[in-house]
Design a protein around this ligand. Structure first.
Ligand SMILES: [Zn+2]
Length: 285
């Protein structure tokens, strides 16, 4: 094993044996022999992961601000699903809200939103610029009482977490009976995610519809549906994308020209690159 890396068992079933899935950025991504969960193993220790998010190398604030027009459309669809299931907006927790685009939209739609964000700069942006109730930290040290939310959103966050199963259990306990959690993440069962979303420095876990269903069930949640989910993208946001190496960054002048001519185009590629899982906390114990 390379120096400074630690080996971890399968987060979903505890099995320690796995087969190679792929190699990327000098890391090995494996698939669990027992349940098929795909994850980075061995990986960098926890402290270095936390540093990564506070060093602003990932989740750059400017990117999320530039992607806002597209993100609002994606989040509107997610919130609409929760509203349909619950009957009305209620208390919402956004896990990893970054600059707070979804929480602001949720507030406009009648939700009472709160957030917990690891990136201190992004959390401050939520509080100071958008007047949102967002605390800095992680779910483990979250100050929220049990059963205090009707909806919890984990938008493109579970793949970054060092212990996603623990996070899902915490989410289940924070939900009121009948409350819903919405999880979006790359769908490793799809070629687009395998080609574009394997980024071992940022994404530690890779779910398919099967492993996501099992993860939610194991956390005590009832799966309502797991559907393909393509996020909207806009030209301005795409100039920051690292998904195609530096391709989009090199095309940035062209995108800026296009934006001047046509406005900030919002597009959606039907790649089925992500999944959206919707699950409920059962009403009766
Ligand atoms: Zn497993």
């Amino acid at each position: 094993m390379a120096e400074g890396l630690t080996s971890v068992p399968c987060n979903l079933c505890g099995t320690t044996t796995s087969r190679p899935f792929t190699r990327r950025q000098g890391f090995t991504v494996v698939a669990c022999d027992a349940c098929g969960l795909v994850y980075v193993n061995p990986r960098v220790p926890l402290e270095r992961i936390t540093e990564h998010y506070n060093g602003n190398e990932s989740s750059r604030i400017q990117y999320y601000l530039d992607a806002e027009a597209a993100d609002r459309r994606s989040f509107a669809e997610v919130l609409a699903r929760a509203e349909a299931l619950l009957g009305a907006p209620g208390d919402l927790l956004d896990v990893g809200p970054n600059v707070g685009t979804c929480l602001e939209l949720a507030r406009e739609r009648g939700w009472r939103g709160r957030g917990i964000e690891l990136n201190a700069d992004a959390a401050r942006h939520c509080r100071d610029v958008r007047r949102l109730d967002v605390v800095t930290g992680t779910l483990e040290d979250a100050p929220f009482p049990a059963a205090s939310f009707d909806g919890i959103l984990m938008g493109d966050v579970i793949e970054h977490l060092p212990d996603p199963q623990d996070a899902l259990r915490r989410v289940a306990s924070l939900l009121r009976p009948g409350g819903v959690v919405l999880v979006s993440t790359p769908d490793i069962g799809r070629w687009a995610a395998r080609a574009l979303q394997v980024k071992p420095l940022e994404h530690l876990y890779y779910y398919s519809r099967e492993t996501m269903g099992r993860a939610l069930g194991q956390a005590g949640l009832e799966v309502v549906e797991i559907v393909p989910f393509d996020r909207h993208k806009n030209l301005t946001g795409m100039t920051h994308s690292t998904t195609c190496g530096t391709l989009f960054q090199r095309l940035a002048p062209l995108f800026r020209l296009a934006r001047r001519a046509f406005g900030d185009l919002v597009v959606r590629f039907p790649l089925r690159e992500n999944l959206l899982a919707v699950a409920r906390r059962p009403r009766a114990a």
